[in-house]
Structures are given as C-alpha cells and as structure tokens.
Design a binder for this molecule. Structure first.
Ligand code: ZN
Ligand code: ZN
Length: 347
C-alpha cells in the first residue's frame, strides 16, 4: 500500500513552492501598479495597497510555515496509521447481482481529518460502484443537484491526453456545466534557491505593514523624548554587555573579600536580560554586614551603567551570597536610568 508520509523536506518544499507562486503573482500586480503610478500619481493608493498585500502575505506565509508543515506531516501520518489499522472490508456485494465486489482503491474524504473510505466495483460491471467506510458501512456520496432548478444531475466524463472533462447535465431543465481538470503529468521542478531566499527566507522575522506603522509611531514618541534625553545627558550612560559587567564587578569584589563571583545562565525576555549571580564572603562577617558590602559595590560600580540590582536584593546563607541583576537595552528603559542618574547626582 502506498505510503503517505514523505520526507520532512518534501513538506517544506511544498509549502515554499506555494509561497513562491502566490508571492510572484502578487509581485506582478504590485509592479504593474507601480508603473501605473509612475504615469499618474492618482494611482499611488492602489500601488501602496498592492505593496501592503505583497508584504503581509509574505510575512504571513513565513510565520505560518512551521505549523502548517507540522500539520501536513501529522495528517499524512494519520492516513498511514488508519490504513495500517484497517484491513480492506470483506464481503461487499453488488446490489444488482449480489456478486462479491472487487476492491478498487481507497481515499480520504475532505481536506483534513476526513474518514477513510474504500471503492468497490462489480465484477459484472454493474453500476454504481460502492463506497464503504473502514467498518464496512456504506458511505453515500452526496447527490449533486442542479444549482438552477434543484433537479438531479447526471455526470459524464471525457478524457483527453491532457485533461479530464466532467460534464453535469440536469435531468430536469437540461442545463449543463462542465469542469476541466488538468491531468497532464506535472513536471516536478526543483525550487530555485534564489526564489526561496527572496520569497520565503527573507520574510522570516519581518514585520507586517501594520506592525511597521506601530513601530513608526513608537519612533515618533522617541523623537519627542529627544529633548529630555539631552537634559539627562543620555550619552554618559555606560552600556555594558554581560562580559563587561563581570569585569566591572569582579576585581572590586575581590578587594573587598568577596570571592568566587559568578553568573548563572542569563534569561532573555526580549526587553531585558536577567542573570542570577553568587559570591562567597571570606571575611567572616555577619549577615547584614556581608550583604551591605556586596550591595554597596554593585550599586556604586553599576550606577552609571545599564544594569540594576533586582528586588528583593541580596540573600545570604552561611557566607554564600546571591541575587539577580537586570540589564536594559531598550531606549525607553535607558532613558529612565539616565533620568535616575541625573536626579541622584543632583542631590
Ligand atoms: Zn453486479
Ligand atoms: Zn436544472
């Protein structure tokens, strides 16, 4: 029996192919609108809306990729499991001659999570074919009706080399409708890696137009803060990364008898970095004095920096000291620290 589950790369490629195809179509519309816009600026809104559509579609494809790929893999694995668990139903008989019918093929109804069904045909060529669920119960194919008068439709198929032509004829009003399905063997072309980069990879981590607007608005607020920044001498703030942070503290701590200063693995919350630290006091001080000594060094050494001691401060147990530091890097947070420095140095 055929295996539905394919290699992981297959699902990724399928997703990327769809992405590339759709974005190329949107890009074409966008480029045409841009040309229109160059000859007449009244067309600018149209061009902008097509540009937004292009970008947002790309961002949306990039964001949904992992989940969609996972779901498609899960669906194919589900199909394989169902086929493995369910043997082909036996004893399916023709309604006309009661002969045992021959198994023809199986299928799954609907797009996702649909039940497994099996097709059988009569060895004496009686119609219709039979469709049954895995438990042998008949599956009734919904009867197609005419959209015009509700009459019963009879479907005829015609096959050419390249296409399958299905024609529905209404038994009541005679209206016909035909669909063409392309059955020419599809050439499976490998993905052009330049296309993959442009339409798939480059959209990863990109913002939608709306998100861009929001960040523009935030930037506007920052400009408003410019004056404030000048007042608080923003540039005097020392930006320390985590290595520089350690260097700033470690020597000073040793001088004061606080040894074995070390960090645990930092945690990144996007907005700031927090890191637990510890040290041991080898001066045999009592708890409050020991905490005070460590706190003083941290607060003075880091006063002009982007790092702050977090509440509840420092804890102490049998000469082992620990606490948590928070490092800021966002401009609005740095502004607050600059303001704090300004206010405290004025006192
Ligand atoms: Zn029969
Ligand atoms: Zn009709």
């Amino acid at each position: 029996m055929e295996q539905y589950r394919k290699s992981d790369q297959y699902y990724i490629d399928e997703y990327d192919k769809k992405t590339i195809q759709e974005l190329k179509e949107l890009e074409k519309l966008m480029d045409e609108a841009e040309k229109q816009c160059q000859s007449n600026s009244d067309n600018l809104p149209d061009y902008l809306s097509k540009q937004i559509k292009y970008i947002d579609t790309g961002v949306s494809y990039a964001r949904n990729k992992n989940q969609s790929v996972r779901e498609n893999i899960a669906e194919d694995e589900r199909k394989d499991q169902l086929l493995q668990k369910n043997p082909i139903p036996e004893n399916v008989r023709c309604n006309t001659c009661n002969a045992l019918m021959d198994f023809k093929s199986h299928d799954f109804i609907g797009h996702r999570n649909g039940p497994l069904i099996y097709f059988f045909s009569c060895p004496n060529n009686h119609l219709p074919m039979k469709t049954v669920y895995a438990n042998g119960n008949p599956y009734l194919i919904p009867k197609a009706t005419c959209t015009y008068c509700g009459g019963e439709l009879v479907c005829k198929t015609r096959k050419t080399k390249m296409r399958l032509i299905l024609t529905d004829k209404c038994q009541q009003c005679g209206k016909t409708d035909s669909f063409k399905i392309n059955i020419a063997p599809k050439k499976i072309l490998p993905i052009d890696e330049n296309d993959r980069k442009k339409y798939c990879t480059d959209f990863i981590g990109r913002r939608t137009s709306y998100e861009d607007l929001k960040s523009l608005a935030a930037l506007g607020e920052l400009f408003d803060n410019q004056q404030e920044k000048d007042t608080y001498n923003f540039s005097q703030l020392k930006m320390l990364n985590i290595v520089q942070l350690e260097e700033t503290l470690v020597e000073k701590l040793k001088e004061e008898g606080l040894q074995k200063f070390q960090f645990e693995k930092p945690k990144d919350s996007n907005r700031f970095l927090t890191v637990n630290f510890s040290a041991v006091d080898n001066k045999n001080r009592e708890k409050t004095k020991s905490i005070k000594a460590l706190k003083k060094i941290i607060e003075t050494q880091l006063f002009h920096s982007n790092w702050r001691l977090m509440s509840p401060g420092i804890s102490y147990n049998l000469a082992f000291l620990s606490g948590q530091l928070k490092g800021y890097s966002l401009e609005e947070d740095l502004l607050k620290i600059a303001r704090e420095i300004h206010e405290k140095t004025l006192k």
